[in-house]
Ligand binder design. Structure first.
Ligand code: PLP
Length: 751
């Protein structure tokens, strides 16, 4: 059992994101700490403290040589791989300034870490080299095209490749690359990024013609901010950092001795054949098999984005069929398993350029999950990880997310009432009556598998699939969903409304359709009225209204004058509490009622207060739409930012104190599949009744179901504090007075 996992502790995490970074091994951090406190001398000092420090530094250097097989050449201590990459590129490009080539190129692998192409681009420009920068393509396995290298090697000033890819674990055949390069160019500088190879593959750098090889400590249990750069004997070199002449003048600045001491310990462990901190490749392959099986058992259908025979055993990159990477990540995170979507360094982007280069499908690239572990992981940690992964199976089943075999779904997370589904800014709504009759409004193509799964696993009787106006892509979604569910619905018009009836009758409510042209000439709104009160509970208005905004009228079929009349008609039908369910929600509003909609939309307010005539409204609306059309990409409509109210925030200590009041409740705004894996009552020391799960997708339903009381104290939470902040803001807008957000969410709970 290693030190990273406290078994049976529900709050402990299983860290499976080693390719992003690793924790520091205790034995390494002890040495680092000792160096900071005891052996803290400056290696350049001539007294005993300095001599001791220097000796430590040289010991680390000589061990580094043995670890990477560098009997000759230089080893420099750097701040990490990015600095090593700069140094290699700058040294090469300065030496190549007077190259004399007619069409010089700089080559890099298409799946390289962004540090490489960005550095090439930067220094190519800054140093005025003006070489063409070319990406070396890879095949479907992620293997570099050696013919391409061979073809361009003659004109290349530098060739950058990597030993092991950080997203997929794919390793390259360095001997084949070397052959492709050197048979055409014996002089060109060749850099190999070895960051992800250390500890996972054997290296013998001096036996190759690699000129530069950067490494980074934090990818293998040493601290961040320390790395090494190997430079082949005789390769071009220009100091990247000048100054006091440390590192024989090759890299100035007082050395990061604690970091170097950490590397020294790491190298000792790697070299010690009697030590079993680092597992053999055979054992790591066996670990991969166990994780692979757990993933298969849990998710059923998933696609691996790399071939196991071309990758190191410590990385598994996959996409789950029918589940977005966000959903999978949220679920893993809630279960205390840390994995990453693609590469941590590019987690802002929603596609993987590495997977795109390998030609995987859009789905795989957009929804890739990377699970990576370090070579010091233990069998018991792997078992724990597998156990937790398998524990997700019941949650998947209970939330209709299960992708393969049909485990009995639990009814309590069934979608009775209204649920919102979103894809980017577009919204689709599913209403399920008490007797499980269902209506879908504004289906979205990307959500068809999800809707299909819910309808089937929950045994819903789908009564209608409705569009609020003819929208090319949405019409297709309605037809595709009808086909996917093999439905024979009663004959309907072009928006899906049953021809023979003026009302859709459900057990506790009716839905009626009213024409509300304005955004388009065929726009309708569907009003869901409660049988008992005759009040409109939900108004599905498509793009007539957007939360805090109005639909665009400056498009084909749009008519601002008709919009004015439609808005007045709606006003006559709706009550202040009617919840507005739009076709788009760019502001992440999730739930807004008619009262707040009017307050937040100045033009609407003026129209309904008769401050503006219909004609004046139309003139102003069209004028603003035309301006907005020029400024924004969206065609559907524009919303003002909601009037800003600072949501009240609490830290965990304040939250606990507040929960001492029995009238205070926690609202978990995460989706049910995340909510069910973490034990919130245990964490806060409150009874289960004091925790309510209202995900953002069910906020509209919660308002109508009167799940929340205006004067009660609520503490909202989610994983990172972002979703709950949004919900707190929205609820405050809606007049809930005592809503607090847990700052930083569960992520910062124990920090
Ligand atoms: N190269 C690869 C393959 C990496 O995975 C990383 C880190 O993500 C880097 C380079 C950059 O390393 P560092 O964080 O040490 O600058």
């Amino acid at each position: 059992m290693s030190e990273f996992l406290l078994q049976n502790d529900p709050t402990s995490q299983i860290y499976l994101d080693a390719n992003a970074t690793t924790p520091v091994l205790k034995s390494i951090s002890d040495v680092v700490s000792h160096t900071m406190q005891i052996c803290f001398g400056n290696p350049s000092s001539s007294h005993i403290s300095g001599i001791q420090a220097k000796s430590l530094l040289e010991s680390a250097r000589s061990k580094a040589r043995r670890v990477i097989g560098a009997t000759t050449g230089d080893i420099l201590f750097t701040s990490g791989a990015t600095e090593g990459i700069q140094t290699g590129v700058v040294s090469t490009l300065i030496a190549a300034k007077n190259h004399g080539l007619r069409a010089p190129v700089l080559l890099y692998g298409a799946t390289e870490h962004k540090a490489v192409p960005n550095t090439l681009e930067h220094w190519n420009q800054v140093l005025g080299i003006n070489a063409q920068i070319l990406a070396i393509p890879v095949d479907e396995y992620g293997i570099l095209d050696c013919n391409f290298i061979a073809k361009h090697a003659k004109n290349a000033l530098m060739i950058c490749t990597m030993a092991v890819n950080n997203e997929t674990g794919v390793f390259q055949d360095l001997a084949a690359i070397e052959n492709a390069i050197r048979s055409h160019n014996t002089d060109v500088a060749w850099m190999v990024d070895c960051v992800q190879a250390l500890g996972k593959t054997a290296l013998a750098l001096s036996e190759t013609s690699i000129d530069y090889a950067p490494f980074s400590g934090h990818k293998l249990y040493a601290p961040k901010g320390i790395g090494i750069l190997y430079i082949r004997q005789g390769s071009a070199y220009t100091p990247f950092i000048a100054g006091g002449g440390q590192e024989s003048g090759m890299r100035s600045g007082t050395e990061n001795l604690p970091g170097i001491a950490g590397l020294n310990k790491l190298f000792s462990l790697l070299l010690d054949t009697d030590d079993n901190t680092f597992k053999s490749l055979d054992i790591l392959y066996e670990y991969r098999t166990q994780l692979h099986q757990a993933l298969l058992d849990t998710f059923g259908s998933l696609t691996f984005n790399h071939s196991f025979s071309h990758s190191v055993p410590t990385t598994l990159n996959f996409a789950v069929d029918g589940l977005s990477s966000k959903e999978v990540m949220d679920m893993f995170d809630a279960a205390g398993i840390r994995v990453s979507g693609g590469s941590a360094c590019s987690s802002g982007a929603n596609r993987s350029f590495v997977l795109d280069a390998m030609g995987v499908s859009d789905w795989q690239s957009e929804n890739a999950i990377r699970l990576s572990f370090g070579p010091s992981i233990t069998q018991s940690e792997i078992e724990q990880a597998c156990l937790r992964i398998r524990s997700l199976k019941a949650i998947l089943a209970a939330n209709c997310l299960v992708v393969s075999d049909s485990t009995e779904p639990l009814q309590d997370v069934c979608a009775i009432g209204l649920t919102q589904f979103r894809h980017q800014g577009a919204c689709c709504w599913l209403y399920v009556s008490n007797n499980k009759q269902a209506v879908i409004v504004d289906p979205i193509v990307e959500l068809i598998p999800r809707l299909e799964k819910i309808v089937q696993t929950q045994n819903l009787q789908l009564v209608a699939i409705l569009d609020t106006h003819a929208h090319q892509e949405r019409t297709a979604a309605r037809v595709l969903l009808t086909e996917a569910l093999k439905l024979t619905l009663t004959e309907s018009n072009n928006l899906g409304w049953p021809i023979s009836t003026s009302q859709i009758l459900l057990s506790e409510c009716i839905i009626e359709s009213i024409a509300t042209p304005g955004h388009s000439d065929d726009s309708v709104s569907y009003l869901l009225r409660c049988n008992n009160t005759n009040q409109v509970q939900f108004c599905f208005c498509g793009d007539l209204l957007l939360p805090a905004g109005l639909g665009n009228t400056a498009i084909k079929g749009g008519n601002a004058l008709l919009m004015a009349k439609s808005l007045k008609l709606l006003n006559a039908c709706l009550s202040e509490d009617s919840v507005i369910c739009s076709g788009h929600d760019y502001q992440q509003c999730f739930a807004i009622n008619w009262q707040v909609q009017k307050q937040q939309t100045a033009l609407l307010n003026s129209l309904l207060n008769n401050d503006l005539s219909d004609e004046e409204f139309a003139k102003q609306k069209l004028a603003s739409d035309e301006v907005n059309m020029d400024q924004f990409a969206s065609l559907c409509g524009y919303a003002q930012s909601l009037e800003h109210i600072n949501a009240k925030e609490l830290d965990p200590k304040q939250a606990r104190a507040m929960l001492k009041k029995s009238s205070c409740y926690i609202i978990d705004t995460r989706e049910p599949y995340e909510h069910s894996v973490a034990d919130i009552p245990l964490l806060f020391g409150v009874s289960a009744e004091r925790v309510i799960n209202i995900p953002l997708s069910r906020m509209a339903n919660a308002l109508v179901a009167q799940q929340l009381k205006k004067h009660t104290d609520y503490i909202l939470l989610c994983r990172s504090g972002n979703r709950s902040k949004q919900a707190a803001f929205n609820l405050t807008q809606l007049g809930f007075e005592n809503v607090y957000n847990l700052r930083g969410g569960l992520a910062l709970f124990n920090v």
